[in-house]
Structure formats: C-alpha cells, structure tokens
Write a protein that binds this ligand. Structure first.
Ligand code: PLP
Length: 287
C-alpha cells in the first residue's frame, strides 16, 4: 500500500486520520481549553513516560480538570499508537480538552466529558542534521500569558515567534521578558559560561521541561556546576555554548544568537556530551 494513512485516536476510537473528527463546539478549539504532551519515541519505545504523565495530570489540575483515565490506560493508548503506526522514531502527541459545550460560553462548564486525541509523527530524532549543524536563534519579545507552566494548546504567540525567526533566516526564537530570556518557542534555553550550565529557574514564567530536568540531573552527575537563574541577551551573546532542550530535540546546539556567534560558532562539546548521555539514559527507561 502506498502512503498508508496514519492511525490516530479520538475519544475511544482508533481511526485513519481522514476519518477522525472533533466537534466545532469543543472547548479546545474555541478557547484553547486543553493541555497536551509530546513524548519522543526511539526504537519503537516512548521516552520519559512517567514524567510526561505527571506533568499532564498537573496541567489538567491547574485548569480544574482530572485525568480522564489512569496513567496506565493512557500509556497503553500511546503504545498502541506507536504499534499501529509501526513508529520506530518520532513523537506521540497527546491532547486532552475540557470537552464539548452546548454553547460558546465563557463560563467554564463543569462535568463535561473530556476529548482525548492522540497521533504519531515520524521523525529522525537521533540523526537530526541540526545536531551537527546547530541552530541560529532570534530573540523576540515574550508576549505570552503568565501561566506558561501549564502546557496548554494556547500556542499562537510561540507559533508567530517561530515564524518570525524563520522569516529572518534563523531556525528558532528565544523569548525575552523584562530584559531576560525566558525560553524558546517550544523548548527550554541554556547557556554555558566558564563551563557552568545556566538556565532559568522554574516558575510560572516558563514550562517545566521534562528534558530540562533530566539534563540538569545528568549535569549534576557529571559534576558540572548548574546555575538556575535568569540570563540576559548580552550574557547569551557572549556564552561559550548555548543549546535548547525539548522532548523531540533532546539537547540541540545553538551556534548563533541575533547574529552573534556562540563560542566558535560550532556546536559545543558540553552540549554534545549532554545530548549523547541524555539519549543513552532515556532509552534505559523507555517503554
Ligand atoms: N518550553 C516550551 C514553551 C515548550 O513548549 C516545551 C515543549 O514543548 C519545552 C519548553 C520543553 O519541554 P519538554 O522538555 O518537556 O518537551
């Protein structure tokens, strides 16, 4: 069969993607009243499932929702998406919305049946050409709402920022607020200075990245000094290395910020080491 359709999951059913539908009155569509997770898949196995499951539950809780099923049941759905699509390497996307409303009402309805959506995306994650080439980053103002710790699908500010970077001939945007870098459009931001790893501390101002947490753990095990604090664009321009982290990118080197070369203008050694160890360790607990 040529280009078989992806099998996706919607509200209890596995279907070819062209047959999967959702109501136009779903609060996820009308109000971005929904949360999501992205798990990387390597060797047909999902990475960091426990941490992503816990963050999903927390995001739901912060919006007054509960997990619509047990963590085990969700993991089974995610694994079935991998199997049905014969996914070897890529991502599984999971989204839960508050559900379908009878009216488009700003008041938040109670007791709706949540909508649950899952799909897979095939992608080469390990031999990502960007890992050897590196990313060019553009700094843009952070215009998002103040609860960035909740992983909601209200992603328009990030989407426009990413496009702004692409239009400027760069690969990614890092957002800046009150003179300090917050994070990337879909990743956490790190710099290395005097062999110290610097990344913004956790708060409601950034997403609490699962990959970020694991990379910091690895850094501690390598006896690297870690400073969790805000850093300025000037500090970033002069960094020895810089990189992003996310489920789908692991640690990925940044080689220029606003046209300033970072270090030698080539992917940094600490970044590459962290990336390699992350992949190795994440595979050990993959399910
Ligand atoms: N920051 C933002 C704004 C994100 O959207 C993401 C991932 O989508 C991350 C950071 C990285 O989080 P994780 O490592 O859990 O993928």
């Amino acid at each position: 069969m040529l280009n078989p359709e992806r099998i996706v999951y919607v509200n209890g059913h596995f279907l070819p993607e062209s047959q999967a539908t959702i109501s136009i009155f779903d609060r996820g569509l009308l109000f971005a009243d929904s949360v999501y997770e992205v798990n990387a898949v390597l060797q047909g196995k999902l990475l960091e499932t426990a941490a992503h499951g816990q963050r999903l539950e927390r995001s739901l809780r912060e919006l007054g929702m509960a997990m619509p099923m047990t963590h085990t049941a969700l993991l089974e759905l995610q694994r079935e998406i991998v199997q049905r699509n014969q996914l070897d390497q890529g991502m599984v996307y999971t989204q839960i919305t508050r559900g379908v409303t009878p009216q488009r009402d700003f008041a938040v309805p109670q007791g709706l049946a949540p909508s649950v959506i899952l799909f897979s995306m095939a992608k080469e994650l390990i031999n990502n050409p960007v890992a050897t080439r590196g990313l060019k980053v553009l700094l843009v103002p952070d215009i998002r709402w103040q609860r960035r710790d909740i992983k909601t699908t209200a992603l328009l500010a990030q989407s426009l920022a990413k496009q702004q970077a692409l239009d400027a001939g760069m690969d990614e945007a890092w957002m800046v607020e009150k003179g300090f870098i917050t994070e990337g459009t879909s990743n956490n931001a790190f710099i290395v200075k005097e062999n110290k790893l610097i990344t913004r501390q956790l708060s409601n101002e950034i997403l609490h990245g699962i990959t970020r947490a694991s990379l910091l753990q690895i850094a501690h095990e390598l006896n690297l000094v870690v400073e969790e604090r805000p850093f300025t664009p000037e500090e970033a321009y002069q960094a020895q290395e810089a990189f992003i982290s996310s489920a789908a990118t692991f640690a990925l080197p940044v080689i220029a910020i606003d046209g300033h070369n970072i270090g030698t203008g080539k992917p940094g050694m600490i970044t590459q080491r962290l990336r390699a160890i992350y992949i190795e360790k994440a595979l050990e607990t993959a399910l």
